[in-house]
Design a protein around this ligand. Structure first.
Ligand SMILES: CC(C)(COP(=O)(O)OP(=O)(O)OC[C@H]1O[C@@H](n2cnc3c(N)ncnc32)[C@H](O)[C@@H]1OP(=O)(O)O)[C@@H](O)C(=O)NCCC(=O)NCCS
Length: 157
């Protein structure tokens, strides 16, 4: 059995410059581009926690609250919020920072479920998570309800 790890062990932060090829006619970033960034940082965070290759099993609904435009700094912050036997829930928050105007806005946030897999692509055990801060404990305790919600959503088809 692997040793439990605190949330802080795998927490990650990335900042990216929004460039013209990433944007639409309004010079704001494509939603799909932001989704790719979210998926990437969630994978890195889950790989760090598990020391394994991971695959994305699920991405919860993603709402875009505000846009990011060319020249903005897009910052993504990710942390593991809950672990099962082989799965990890990862929370990603994305904000857009207009560095010239000094204005920062929340762009979107999402929960993803990443699964650790072995060399044959079979799910493999991950270390248990130790939530430490008030916020980490809150997200850990609310994770089973989100898992249930995901399950009920998949039975709607
Ligand atoms: C995710 C995947 C590895 C699960 O494999 P599986 O044989 O169904 O394995 P299991 O049923 O044992 O599930 C393994 C874990 O994944 C979780 N899981 C499986 N499907 C899930 C889903 N849709 N949403 C959330 N969690 C899911 C299970 O709850 C389980 O978690 P636990 O071990 O912590 O209890 C497999 O479906 C897969 O490889 N999917 C493709 C992933 C991929 O390629 N993603 C990139 C985009 S295409």
């Amino acid at each position: 059995m692997k040793s439990p790890l605190p949330v802080s062990y795998s927490k990650m932060k990335q900042t990216r410059l929004v460039l013209p090829p990433d944007t639409n006619h309004l010079d704001t970033i494509f939603g799909g581009k932001v989704l790719a960034y979210i998926d990437e940082i969630a994978a890195l965070t889950a790989m760090k926690h598990s020391s394994c290759v991971v695959v994305t099993a699920s991405i919860d609904s993603v709402d875009f609250m505000s846009s990011a435009k060319v020249g903005d700094a897009l910052t993504l912050e990710a942390s593991v919020t809950w672990t099962g036997r082989t799965s990890m829930e990862v929370f990603v928050q994305v904000s857009a920072d207009d560095l010239l105007a000094g204005q920062k806005v929340m762009t979107t946030e999402s929960f993803l479920t990443m699964v650790a897999v072995d060399q044959n692509g079979k799910p493999t055990e991950v270390p248990r998570l130790i939530p430490e801060t008030e916020e980490e404990i809150r997200l850990y305790e609310t994770a089973p309800a989100r898992k249930e919600h995901r399950k009920s959503r998949s039975t709607l088809r």
